[in-house]
Write a protein that binds this ligand. Structure first.
Ligand code: PEP
Length: 251
């Protein structure tokens, strides 16, 4: 699958879910995409254990496969870690970096996310860099400054619109069943777009911007029609291929 900058992105983050029998979900998606007239970048991020198998069955299909995280180094004594070079070697095109569940549970700084992303770019991988504030930050009204800082600190100088996608995922909306309101999404995506443009971070261009946080087939139509929203990063709603297909149909 080739990343097409000019069409929406629907990305499914399976998190720590999926066994070898989940092949049936992937096969269902491949079949759907084969007959689907609407164009979009559809990508599944399975756990590392399934990447090789899913790559094998998605060869020659319109379904992309990516990794949910990576190490910042190329190789070495980092037990339990997977490097961008290995992810590339397994046939992936995309990597999610800076997901809030990893930032939080492993206390990862934006500086580290930047290093991971840079290493991915050096291996010709496209990164989805995640940013998002927690509930307390939003309640204090500090969310715009917080997101600007996360963007500033997480985006490496290797980033360009071809190799980087930004995902805004407010932590309070992830896995909650309640997405952010359309107005909140609209304002934050406008803020991100203005910030990136003003800072000339992408050379007077804007990379594709995704929203993530409890996207499902009931709200995807509305969310995907918001200004500056170029797609969705979907967690729970991507596990069942029939639900995910309904979300893809909102493009
Ligand atoms: C995510 O994990 O990136 C996510 C957005 O999860 P959910 O859709 O389940 O809120």
């Amino acid at each position: 699958m080739q990343y097409n900058l000019d069409v929406p992105i629907i990305a499914g983050n399976w998190k720590m879910n999926g066994l070898i029998n989940s092949q049936k979900e992937i096969k269902n998606l491949i079949n759907f995409l084969k007959n689907n007239k609407k164009n979009g970048n559809v990508i599944i991020f399975p756990p590392f254990t399934l990447i090789s198998d899913f790559k094998r069955i998605t060869i020659n299909s319109n379904l992309g496969i990516g990794a949910q995280d990576c190490h910042y180094e190329e190789q070495g004594a980092y037990t339990g870690s997977i490097s961008p070079m290995m992810i590339k070697d397994a046939g992936c095109t995309f990597v999610i970096v800076g997901h809030s569940e990893i930032r939080e549970s492993r206390n990862e700084s934006s500086g580290l996310i930047k290093k991971k992303s840079e290493n991915c770019h050096n291996n010709n991988l496209i990164t989805i860099i995640c940013v998002g504030e927690d509930y307390e930050c939003r309640m204090k009204g500090e969310h715009y400054n917080f997101i600007s800082k996360q963007l500033f600190e997480s985006i490496p100088t290797t980033a360009n619109v071809n190799n980087t996608i930004i995902a805004y995922e407010p932590i309070w909306a992830i896995g909650s069943g309640e997405s952010a309101s359309s107005q909140d999404i609209k304002l934050m995506h406008q803020h991100i777009s203005d910030y990136l443009m003003k800072g000339k971070i992408f050379n007077n261009k804007i990379p594709n911007l995704l929203y993530g946080g409890s996207v499902n087939s009931n709200n995807s139509n509305e969310i995907l029609s918001i200004n500056n929203v170029n797609g969705a990063l979907v967690g729970g709603g991507s596990l069942d291929s029939n639900e995910f297909i309904k979300i893809i149909q909102s493009i």
